[in-house]
Design a protein around this ligand. Structure first.
Ligand code: SF4
Length: 595
């Protein structure tokens, strides 16, 4: 099939709808292998958008590319936990096996091997994706097998399941994960309560959003319900991109009914007819399963027209795929992406509850929040409010990874201490944990009695463990690279600030750091915190600030001298100027005591 035909089919599948641009781009890339300029031209013409608009979306997302990545695209997850598991060496080994260079297509056009940000498999690290399928728990043995399969050009769908299966690794269950659930039970109870009853239940339960910020769910839903609009929408934020977090993967893989049930209850409460699950591009392998669960729920009368036989009660859910952009975890960026644009955060207010998807009232909640809402509808607010602490009710799913014997997903009542989690995860040698991913909190060993709760250490769900053998400077340096890579580039303080911070950390790592660099990083941190447009910029310097405070020695021993030390040879850098001006006298050189 030629490119024009591929574009035409992809656009028609999405009803020539420009808000579905990301789906169109993904489809074309899937069939054509890449998004060359002619594909962008064709798509722009077909959806009636300026070419530059289509191109800006196509170039924004890491998983979209304008050159071929061959028949097999292998992307190694590049979280710190993957690195601790030997990702760098394994990737080199794999490239050698296949005779390819990293980030380059092989000469025969068969295979591309590269890195990508965390893929949500910290409990199976080091891990990778091949053509969107997950490759957990990699070692040289498995990579050798994978290289053979690629050389034999066997389609990934026919590879041994043992290479592709991702186990849940649920290590500890509580009322959310551990108790039986009957699909439809929560929806039936919510129907009998009506919108006011649902909101009253949520308020009494004290449910707060599980995405990290902890905003009260009842207040968000009530505000959305009050807002006037042509239509109301429900969005499930399944863009689980915070490095170290994978508990939403588990919910989507094994508890999808609970999540869809919570979305349906939200729709009943706010009067929505349509909902979306925004699924991160790295979780493509979950798509078929989620569509099967949705189909089953439609057949059971739990989605579609006349839910549970009640005329006029209509709600359905579709799954929209992301394409690799951490920033789309921010709710307004997610909505932009869902509308077919680059995922750049909007100015707020107004907030999505009044002006969200297509500028209409929209509830956006995390996967886990919807699962909790379903349990509350089913079992009541008093039950939920009786778990956890006064300000943080219910339980929290924690994704534990890193230096521990039992990585996986743990369910604890809010208020659990970090020490208890570490004991159960078999992490006896921990010197620090990073709670909530790089944008969260670094907790050193002397503070392990702190509690996971909104009032102490809030968390979106990640807990990465670092033993005494880990260099906390390198941990912070990895996070500084992550933020520089994921900055969407919209505002200068973050675009430039994250790059400068990364470069300064690299300079320290190269042994060229000085007290001046430490001071300049403090200045950068203030600029990032106070002048960035969104939360990514606000928190980008946090890992450096916190590790500097908790582990100053990790930085100090890297300082070469107390005054300024350039990262490069200043005198050599002036060579071109000397050549152009024809000067080579002593005044055209920088001597040691001037530096
Ligand atoms: Fe984009 Fe960073 Fe600015 Fe947020 S702070 S809008 S991620 S450049």
């Amino acid at each position: 099939m030629d490119l024009a035909e591929i574009v035409d089919r992809a656009v028609r599948r999405q009803a020539n709808d420009g808000t579905r641009l990301l789906a169109i781009l993904r489809d074309v890339q899937q069939e054509a292998g890449s998004l060359p300029p002619e594909a962008i031209d064709g798509i722009a013409a077909a959806v009636g958008q300026p070419r530059v608009r289509v191109e800006s979306t196509a170039t924004f997302y890491h998983l979209l590319h304008n050159t071929s990545h061959g028949a097999y695209e292998v992307l190694f997850s590049d979280n710190i936990v993957d690195r601790m598991g030997g990702k760098e060496e394994l990737m080199r080994y794999f490239c050698d096996e296949l005779l390819v260079h990293p980030d380059k297509l092989s000469h025969d056009g068969l295979v591309y091997v590269g890195s990508t940000s965390d893929i949500g498999m910290g409990d199976h690290a080091p891990a990778a994706l091949v053509n969107g399928f997950a490759l957990p728990a990699l070692d040289k043995n498995r990579l050798g097998l994978i290289a053979n399969l690629i050389r034999a050009q066997l389609p990934v769908a026919e590879w041994p399941r043992a290479l592709l299966d991702v186990s849940d690794n649920v290590r500890k269950t509580g009322p959310l994960l551990g108790e039986p659930f009957s699909p439809g039970a929560g929806v039936a109870r919510a129907q009998s309560m009506g919108p006011d009853g649902i909101l009253a239940q949520l308020e009494a339960a004290g449910l707060r959003g599980r995405g990290g910020a902890g905003y009260k769910t009842a207040a968000k839903w009530a505000s959305c319900r009050r807002a006037v609009g042509k239509a109301h929408y429900v969005i499930c934020n399944a863009d689980e991109g915070e490095p170290g977090t994978f508990k939403d993967r588990v919910l989507l893989q094994s508890y999808a009914d609970l999540v869809f049930e919570g979305m349906t209850i939200a729709a009943l409460a706010i009067g929505a007819g349509r909902g979306f699950v925004y699924l991160r591009g790295e979780y493509l392998y979950l798509l078929r399963h989620l569509q099967d669960v949705l189909a089953r729920r439609r057949a059971a009368g739990l989605l579609g027209a006349g839910i549970l036989g009640r005329a006029g009660l209509d709600f359905d859910i579709e799954i929209a795929m992301g394409a690799g952009a951490y920033i789309c975890g921010e709710e307004s960026a997610l909505i932009e992406s869902l509308e077919g644009k680059p995922g750049r955060p909007r100015n707020r207010p107004p907030y999505p509850d009044t002006h969200g998807y297509l500028d209409q009232p929209t509830v956006v909640n995390n996967v886990e929040t919807f699962a909790c809402a379903a349990r509350i509808a089913e079992r009541g607010s008093a039950w939920f409010a009786g778990i956890g602490t006064a300000q943080s009710t219910g339980t929290k799913l924690i994704s534990v990874s890193g230096d521990c014997k039992y990585p996986g997903t743990y369910e604890y009542p809010f208020g659990v201490t970090i020490r208890q989690i570490l004991a159960e995860a078999g992490a006896s040698q921990a010197q620090a944990v990073q709670v909530g991913g790089p944008s969260g909190t670094c907790v050193p060993w002397r503070e392990f009695d702190r509690k996971i709760a909104f009032e102490d250490v809030p968390s979106a769900g990640a807990l990465m463990v670092f033993s005494r053998s880990q260099d906390m400077f390198e941990v912070a340096r990895n996070f500084s690279h992550f933020f520089a890579h994921e900055s969407c580039g919209f505002c200068t303080p973050c675009r430039v600030g994250t790059s400068l911070l990364r470069d300064t950390m690299d300079k320290l790592a190269a042994g060229k750091g000085s007290a001046y660099d430490m001071q300049s990083m403090q200045t950068l941190m203030r600029i990032l915190l106070t002048m960035s447009h969104c939360g990514l910029g606000h928190t980008a310097a946090k890992p450096v600030v916190e590790t500097m405070r908790a582990f100053p020695e990790a930085y100090e021993h890297r300082l070469r001298k107390l005054d300024f030390e350039p990262a490069f040879d200043l005198d050599a850098a002036l060579g071109t100027a000397r050549h152009i001006t024809g000067r080579d006298d002593e005044w055209a050189h920088i001597v040691e005591d001037e530096r």
